[in-house]
Design a protein around this ligand. Structure first.
Ligand SMILES: *Cc1c(COP(=O)(O)O)cnc(C)c1O
Length: 376
C-alpha cells in the first residue's frame, strides 16, 4: 500500500466474506487443491458466463497455456492474435511450439482490428485468440463468422472481462474455450489464479489432465504427455467465492469510477480518453487508460515517472508482441509494423483504477494529472 500519501495503481477490496471463508479452510484443514471450495468456485464462476465447465488453475497465464494445449495446437500451427496484448497470449502459443500471427489494434477501442484477421489466415492457421482489452469487448461477430468459414478454433482471453458482455452475451462465453485471470487487479481476485471455461466435455477433460501433470486416467504416476502442475488451492477458491458474491457491485462501481474520470478529464488538453460505449457494450473500465496526443512531446514512461513523483501510481500500456526483445531475437515478426499498437505502447498509460479507490483519491488523481500535463 506504500506511503500514506501515495495512491497505488491498484488496490483490491477484500472486506466481504473473504476472511470468513479463509477461516473455514484453516479450521477444516482443507487448504490444498482437494478442498471443497475449488469445485464450488469452478461451478459458480463458469455459471456467471453460462459455461458448462470451469477448470481453475494457478493463474491466467496458465489458463491460456492449458487452453492452447487442450485444443491440440502444436508445432507448425499458427494462431492469430493482437500484437497489443500481454505476453501470456503469445507465450502460450510459442510454448506449444506454434507461431503467433499478429494483427494491429483499433486506435480508440484498443481492441484487435477484426478487419485485418482474414488477410492473415493461411493453411496453417488453427485458431484465433481474441483478447478483450481494458474494458470493451472485441467485435465477436466477425471473428465467429471467420472461424466458421475457415474451420478455426476460437480462444477467448477474458482475463479483464469478468462481468462484461458483448451484445448482452457474457464475455467468457464465446468460442471454443475462454480464459480468466484472478490477479489482484482483475474484477475478481484470488491473489493469483485463473480459470479455463468451456462447454465441450472433451476439452474440459483435457484441461483437467493438463492441470495435473497429465496423469494417465487408468494409471496414476504413468504419463503420456508433458504438462505441469497448475492446480488451484482451496484458499484461493475461498477468496474467489467471496469476491464473486460482489461481482455485480464491483462492475457498477468500476463504471461509476470511469464516468467520474471521463467527466473530470474531458477538457484536459492532449489526453485521449477511453471510449465510453460502442454498439456492442458499455465500457467497464477494467483500468482507466489514457493516451497522450501527438502534441504532448513525452513518452508514457516519462509521464508515469512524473506522476509517481506527484504520488500517483500509474502504469504504461502493454508493449507490442512484435517488439518484444525475446521474439525479435528468436526471429519472429521480422520487419512487421503495427502503427496503432506502437503508438499506444509509447503513449498510453493507466491511472489508479482499483476497486478500493475512494472519491477523494480520484479527485487527487485528476488534480495531479492536470498538474503534470500543465508542466509540459
Ligand atoms: C492479467 C492477464 C493475463 C494473465 O493473467 P495472470 O493471472 O497474471 O497470469 C492474461 N491475459 C490478459 C488479457 C490479462 O489481462
Amino acid at each position: 500500500m506504500g506511503s500514506v500519501d501515495f495512491i497505488p495503481v491498484n488496490e483490491p477490496l477484500l472486506d466481504g466474506n473473504e476472511k470468513k471463508y479463509l477461516c473455514e479452510c484453516i479450521d477444516s484443514g482443507w487448504i490444498s487443491s482437494e478442498g471443497p471450495f475449488v469445485k464450488k468456485f469452478e461451478t459458480e464462476m463458469s455459471g456467471t458466463v453460462g459455461r458448462r465447465y470451469g477448470i481453475a488453475v494457478t493463474n491466467g497465464t496458465a489458463a491460456l497455456e492449458v487452453a492452447v494445449r487442450a485444443l491440440g495446437i502444436t508445432q507448425g500451427d499458427e494462431v492469430i492474435m493482437p500484437t497489443f496484448t500481454i505476453i501470456s497470449c503469445a507465450m502460450a502459443v510459442t510454448k506449444a511450439g506454434a507461431t503467433p500471427v499478429l494483427v494491429d489494434c483499433d486506435a480508440y477501442t484498443w481492441n484487435m482490428d477484426v478487419d485485418e484477421v482474414e488477410k492473415k489466415i493461411t493453411p496453417k492457421t488453427k485458431a484465433i485468440m481474441v483478447v478483450h482489452i481494458y474494458g470493451l469487448p472485441v467485435q465477436m461477430e466477425p471473428i465467429l463468422k471467420l472461424a466458421e468459414k475457415y474451420s478455426l478454433k476460437v480462444i477467448e482471453d477474458a482475463a479483464q472481462m469478468h462481468g462484461q458482455t458483448y451484445r448482452s452475451k457474457p464475455c467468457g462465453s464465446f468460442g471454443d474455450i475462454s480464459a480468466f485471470s484472478f490477479y489482484p487487479n482483475k474484477h475478481v481476485t484470488t491473489g493469483e489464479g485463473g480459470m479455463v471455461v468451456t462447454d465441450d466435455a472433451e476439452l474440459a477433460e483435457r484441461c483437467c489432465l493438463l492441470r495435473n501433470l497429465c496423469f494417465r486416467k487408468d494409471k496414476r504416476y504413468v504419463h503420456d504427455e508433458i504438462s505441469g502442475n497448475y492446480r488451484f488451492t482451496n484458499l484461493q477458491a475461498a477468496v474467489g467465492l467471496a469476491q464473486l458474491e460482489r461481482l455485480d457491485w464491483f462492475i457498477e462501481r468500476k463504471r461509476t469510477m470511469g464516468r467520474y474520470y471521463t467527466e473530470a478529464l474531458k477538457d484536459v488538453r492532449g489526453l485521449r480518453l477511453p471510449v465510453e460505449k460502442t454498439d456492442d457494450a458499455d465500457n467497464i473500465y477494467w483500468v482507466y487508460g489514457v493516451v497522450l496526443e501527438q502534441d504532448i512531446p513525452i513518452s508514457n514512461r516519462e509521464m508515469v515517472e512524473r506522476l509517481a513523483r506527484l504520488g500517483i501510481g500509474c502504469r504504461t500500456f502493454f508493449w507490442c508482441m512484435h517488439e518484444q526483445p525475446v521474439y525479435v531475437r528468436d526471429g519472429y515478426f521480422h520487419g512487421e509494423k503495427y502503427a496503432n499498437a506502437e503508438y499506444l505502447a509509447r503513449k498510453g498509460f493507466y491511472i489508479p483504477s482499483g476497486i478500493a479507490l475512494t472519491q477523494r483519491q480520484m479527485e487527487t488523481v485528476v488534480e495531479k494529472l492536470k498538474q503534470a500535463i500543465n508542466e509540459i
